[in-house]
Design a protein around this ligand. Structure first.
Ligand code: ZN
Ligand code: ZN
Length: 467
């Protein structure tokens, strides 16, 4: 029997808008179905960071037990009495991002010439791009020392609930947010920059950057207990889930808690869950875990992500009516031409200076994604396109959203510039896009590869797309 892996980390608990049953949402979601009523639902992420509350599991009656166990473990005298207990939620920023590490290294290769019996050294330039998920929590409230700076990697499966007054437990106070979310991103970026301290064999450009940071606020429960130990007052701070003592001292610290006015959390965002239907005609949309849908009834476009630069006309490349054909989605990002000229970037060939086309399906290996991005960007201007009014069965879901694909377009751009110039202007990471659009290109299998059915020029390995 395969052992069931214990779930860990944070998940969001909310209720089904159709039947009220509880839904468990993990980090990678767009659409989901309710296990009680089978309704297909979609999640609406607000523009400002959404706020969550973690309910305490620790009971008042067990507080003294946890303190005594802690004292006993340290071979200290036990409590004589428990004088007061305050319960509060301490705010943390949760940051989910993509960590980009770009490493430029020079390698020296020694070539031996047998005829002349001499060795010559050649310098080889190599660029390595590494992308990895980055997920941290940073204290948003004050009280350094007393309260842990981060929630760390919790070994348990922690349930978070969208913030609302009824989700706050009786007798709990809400502490105020002292670090604005913009500062939290700055702090996280500063921590990441420490990664640039490079080892000796590496030289040239080294950059570590957080891309597409997504923030949420988690109010986490703590207990502050004052106890009488041998006639003296001692303070203990307990983790509200496990009862673990996270801080203790021989002073009263209760007056240091900064109570928030309710307004603070209410001003932040709220996660929404709604029925996955066409907003125009109400037709049920398919549960394909895609960012993009076209209603089969009224042809209205639904995109599960806000983007003011989005061109809502969806294009398809003319296929060849090959039965094995599948249409792969790509996001096209148009950059300001004058900027591209400043950096002398000809992304994907001389015909196409300003557009970067990033796969909207998942490719885990960045170098492979970069190669395909270059090829398709280069071929783009030669591909005949028509407007798509339906997404047929051989159209793959759009698994990578605009924000993530935009970050990848920036990475591809930086990768291109570093590869050519060995320098990297940091402003490249924030270059604004003038237009974003989606197009589909048909590919068919040929042995180990997928080949584009229009030009026969763009290929990639089957395994990359999981086909
Ligand atoms: Zn339901
Ligand atoms: Zn419709």
């Amino acid at each position: 029997m395969i052992p069931v892996k214990a779930k860990r980390g944070f998940y969001i608990a909310t209720s089904c808008p159709a039947c009220g049953a509880e839904l468990e949402l993990e980090s990678d979601f767009l659409t989901t179905s309710c296990s009680s009523c089978c309704s297909v639902l979609r999640i609406l992420t607000p523009a400002t960071p959404p706020v969550y509350v973690v309910k305490a599991k620790l009971l008042d009656k067990d507080v003294r037990f946890h303190i005594d166990r802690h004292l006993k473990g340290n071979a200290e005298p036990l409590t004589h009495s428990l004088d007061s207990v305050r319960k509060f939620y301490f705010p943390y920023w949760k940051i989910d991002a993509i960590l980009l590490r770009l490493r430029h290294r020079k390698e020296t290769r020694i070539n031996y010439n047998e005829e002349t019996n001499t060795e010559t050294a050649t310098d080889l330039k190599k660029v390595e791009t590494m992308l990895s998920p980055y997920d941290v929590t940073i204290a948003a409230g004050g009280l350094p020392e007393i309260i842990p700076y981060s929630l760390g990697e919790r070994p348990e499966y922690v349930k978070t609930m969208p913030y609302s007054e009824e989700h706050l437990q009786l007798g709990f106070e809400l502490l105020s947010i002292e670090t604005p979310w913009q500062d939290a991103i700055t702090k996280a970026n500063r921590a990441v920059e420490q990664l640039n301290h490079i080892s000796a064999e590496e030289s040239g450009v080294n950059i570590s950057l957080l891309l597409r940071p997504v923030l949420s606020l988690i109010n986490f429960p703590y207990f502050l207990a004052e106890a009488n130990v041998r006639g003296k007052t001692r303070s203990f701070v307990l983790d509200g889930l496990t009862g673990r003592i996270v801080y203790s001292c021989s002073d009263g610290i209760s007056e240091q808690l900064q109570i928030a006015d309710q307004q603070q959390s209410a001003e932040l965002g709220r996660l929404g869950v709604e029925l996955h239907r066409c907003r125009n005609c109400g037709e049920q949309l398919p549960d394909t875990r895609s960012y993009v849908y076209i209603c089969r009834n009224c042809q209205q476009l639904t995109v599960l992500e806000d983007c003011p630069e989005l061109n809502r006309r969806i294009l398809s490349v003319q296929g060849s009516a090959n039965v094995d054909e599948q249409y792969f989605p790509f996001w096209m990002f148009r950059l300001p031409a004058e900027q591209m000229n400043v950096f002398r970037i000809r992304f994907g060939g001389s015909e196409n200076a300003g557009a970067i086309c990033v796969p909207a399906f998942r490719i885990k290996n960045f170098e492979a994604l970069y190669r395909l991005t270059r090829r398709i960007s280069c071929a783009m201007s030669k591909l005949p396109m028509f407007e798509s009014r339906e997404l047929k069965e051989n159209y793959l879901p759009v698994a990578v959203g605009i924000a993530e694909a935009g970050a990848l377009a920036h990475v591809a751009l930086m990768r291109e510039v570093v590869g050519k110039t060995e320098e990297l202007p940091r402003t490249l990471a924030d270059l604004p896009f003038e237009e974003v659009s989606l197009f589909y290109a048909p590919f068919h299998p040929e042995s180990y590869f997928l080949v584009d059915s229009c030009l026969g020029a763009v290929t990639f390995e089957k395994t990359l797309a999981g086909v």
